[in-house]
Design a protein around this ligand. Structure first.
Ligand code: MN
Length: 286
């Protein structure tokens, strides 16, 4: 049907847009329960943890520390999509078991990336949120399979995708009957190479206008450098993000992946404090 195929049409007729992701009114907002909190509410939520799940003890230690700082959900990769096949690929199912144990102990919700559509039933046994990584944003088989799950889906923006492509990827999930999609801006590739990616702050107000889905910001991948994570976090919350997804590692220099962009628990504590002030300035809380 032509209406669904013409991008121009979508851009111009948001009010009558046929898409499930489309905002139909100013106050329409999808909310998603995470642990004891709600994403998409006036509260800005923190989702944090190491890039990769490296050991059970690592996850237990960091989880207790982050929980005490007000974090809602623990992130950590069990299956890692690495640029090189020789880089650490993750501990797989064993890591899912560790994550479930950490949830049991701490009450933190668990967010972890899924790459294989066949593993949806396995992930459903262990985790709370299915993350689709940037590299898989247009893996339509995967999007359809998580669309049939009861778990919320955290969809990261493809590193070379437009906002419209990002929204249409969310439609793949929504159209399968899963209404709980979280959109995550994580930086895009541009000509700029001073940072790993260019965090697209514009995406936050654009998404806010076009969709009722909750919006997360990932300044860790958005910058690729721990030195810039705090400043970009501030900007994202000021621009209207509903939450932050941050890589935190007890000793970033020893991390098995993304150490350069991981902040320490001490730095994260400072970030939470500063975000509290920013949230307050834009009539929100943490
Ligand atoms: Mn990472």
């Amino acid at each position: 049907m032509n209406n669904y195929e013409t991008q121009d049409n979508v851009e111009k007729t948001t009010a009558q847009s046929p898409y499930l992701y489309s905002r139909k009114s100013d106050n329409q907002q999808t909310t998603i329960s995470l642990g004891s909190k709600v994403l998409g509410s006036e509260k800005v939520l923190f989702l944090a943890g190491p890039c990769s799940v490296e050991s059970k003890q690592q996850m237990i230690d960091i989880a207790y520390e982050l929980k005490e700082m007000g974090v809602t959900a623990l992130r950590g990769g069990a299956y890692k999509p690495r640029t090189s096949p020789y880089s650490f690929q993750g501990h797989g199912e064993k890591a899912l078991e560790w994550l479930a144990e950490v949830r049991e102990k701490t009450g933190l919700a668990i967010v972890t990336e899924i790459m294989d559509p066949h593993l949806v039933p396995l992930f459903e046994q262990y985790v709370d949120v299915l993350q689709i990584g940037s590299r898989n944003m247009q893996n339509f088989v995967l999007l359809k399979s998580v669309g049939k799950s009861k778990l919320p889906v955290l969809l990261k923006r493809g590193m070379s995708s437009t906002i419209q492509e990002f929204l249409l990827a969310s439609e793949y999930v929504l159209s399968q009957g899963n209404p709980n999609v979280i959109l995550c801006e994580r930086g895009i590739r541009t000509f700029e190479n001073a940072t790993r990616n260019t965090f697209d702050i514009n995406a936050i107000p654009v998404l806010r206008e076009k969709t009722h889905l909750p919006i997360l910001a990932d300044p860790s991948h958005g910058t690729g450098n721990s030195k810039y994570v705090l400043a970009v976090s501030r900007g994202a919350v000021a621009a209207g993000a509903d939450g932050l997804l941050i890589e935190v590692h007890a000793s970033p220099e020893e991390a098995l992946s993304d150490g350069d962009q991981s902040i320490t628990p001490q730095e994260f504590r400072k970030l939470v404090e500063e975000i509290g002030s920013i949230a307050h300035a834009v009539n929100r809380t943490i």
